[in-house]
Design a protein around this ligand. Sequence first.
Ligand SMILES: Nc1ncnc2c1ncn2[C@@H]1O[C@H](COP(=O)(O)OP(=O)(O)OP(=O)(O)O)[C@@H](O)[C@H]1O
Ligand SMILES: [Mg+2]
Length: 285
Amino acid sequence: MFSFFKATPASTGKGKLIALMNQKGGVGKTTMAFNLAHAYAHQGKKVLCIDMDPQSNFTSLFDFEDRQDRRNIYHLLVNSVKELKALHTSTFWSDVLVKSAEGIDLLPSGPELSGFELTVSGINAPRQLILKRFIEKFDLRSLYDVVIIDGPPTMGLLVVNILCATDGVLYPFVPDRFSEQGLRKILQVVEDIAEMEITSTPKNLGYIPNLFDTRRKQAAEDLEEIKKTLGEATVHEAFTNKVQFGKSLAQRKSVFQYKSSEYKDLQRQFMTMSDTVNRELGYEN
Ligand SMILES: Nc1ncnc2c1ncn2[C@@H]1O[C@H](COP(=O)(O)OP(=O)(O)OP(=O)(O)O)[C@@H](O)[C@H]1O
Ligand SMILES: [Mg+2]
């Protein structure tokens, strides 16, 4: 068995926030977020997941009672803005938090989140910092060791809120000839945030080449070319097309919940990725 199956210790109070971002859809943000969260849980870390995508794919990977009237992260964010008092609901943490059998907590998303930008459009308080202030208000860094945020495949205020709140960003991408353009766009938003000087700039925790096509002759060369344009940041080991992802996610399970040898390599990849991220964030392993 793996040496990383340890008992859960108490929170260290210095929790770090890691967001999975790329405005391109279907590049593996949710897949990586879910499995990385489990990698951290297996390291004995207390993990909170936040689903910031109105599509709620991350949420649907948890055992979640999908009721129409279910309150979600949208309601918590709205409640945290004083100026939106007229829209406040009596929503408490306990109403919203979903707990998994693996000891991972989730703040779920819901369709209301797609109206977030419009809802906050008239407020005077900084609209970019709503998520950041929410996290501070509830002192999530002392409650959790790691907070994993799954981002939406869009480019609006939700993305800016995530980038302003998080300590670091992982960028999953499919290494094709359009991927570089897509990555440039989100990196530009990070640069814009740095220039605004309203908050610290999130660290680039690396790029994750996903759905790397080993059967395509040019694939390795293309990836090498893309790597050259990505600058200093880490490029994590590429993930190929793995049926194990489809199988496990359909059962709402991470790759760590299987003992069979066909999952071992993916488990290793996620553990290596989390170790690298820990070093980048100044965590001890
Ligand atoms: N390496 C892989 N091998 C096989 N299937 C994969 C792999 N990575 C992701 N997938 C599958 O591809 C689909 C899209 O992945 P995922 O939902 O993680 O992308 P996403 O970036 O979160 O998409 P969106 O932007 O729409 O939220 C999912 O069905 C997932 O199971
Ligand atoms: Mg997703």
